[in-house]
Design a protein around this ligand. Sequence first.
Ligand code: PNS
Length: 315
Amino acid sequence: MFNSLGQFFDGGDVLDLYAGTGALGIEALSRGCERAVFVERDGRATAAIRENLRRAGFVERAEVVRADVERALDRMLTDGRVFNLIFADPPYRIATEVGDVLSRLGALLAPGGRVVIESGEAPAGGIRGKKGVTRRYGGTFVTILERSEITMIVAVCPGSFDPVTVGHLDIIRRASKIFDHVVVAVGSNLRKQPRLSAPERARLIEKITAGFENVSVEVMEGLLVDFARDQGAKVVVKGLRAVSDFESEFEQAQLNRKMYPELETVFIMASAEHSFLSSSVVREIASLGGDVRGLVPEGILETVREIYSRPDGNI
Ligand code: PNS
């Protein structure tokens, strides 16, 4: 691993997160990095890092921070620090916790720098977008990411999708061309009584978006702002069909921004041919025996016809 990173040790600063004994940062110092910052929460481990630095003669070139990684990152971002090389050897699953940390590392990385993530398991899509190069060294997987691969813009596309229409699909497709990753969030509008459960609505969307590499579908429970935070998303993307949509969308966007000021709501104008289309007209037409072909994606037409034509006294 160190051999493949050779050029990055030519001066520059290294950040060793979840540093443990500090082995990675100390090796980087010995290979030519100028300065190193070690972040480790455990008191005994930070004492060990200090001792190892003393023995290696690198005390002057190192800073040991005893703190949670997330808190330490926030402080370094505020201080405007940059690093040429960032090591992260998290003691837990890459797919979950490190995703949130990773999204902050881009801002700490100098142009041309690299983030190196060590893990006991293959990333298997855990690093969203599956970018970077992963190599296996015995039981350890090492993923090397460039700055452009980390500063990914994740957008959440929320809705009730009861059912998903060709208009929704058009917005999801167009959003997937703008943003690095789009998470379709199947939520529940408390003012509406959905015909299908959220997991069933999500399954229909998964079926029609299976061909989009950078789109995933999740059930959203609770607040959109909390969901967006969990997903590392800084953007909410919504379709806007007509002025009549604006008032409620404006209200939601303002409230969401109040709760999560960094979250931007972005609107994509619906295509003219979808300006009349909504899930509620699909439900009404289907329940009254009309044909919904052309209104819902072809791949789920039969399912929608079958489920939504059953009268339940609600549209
Ligand atoms: O397709 P819809 O019915 O317009 O979708 C509405 C949805 C699900 C996006 C909205 O109700 C929502 O965001 N629900 C999550 C709960 C929440 O955050 N409510 C506060 C919004 S201001």
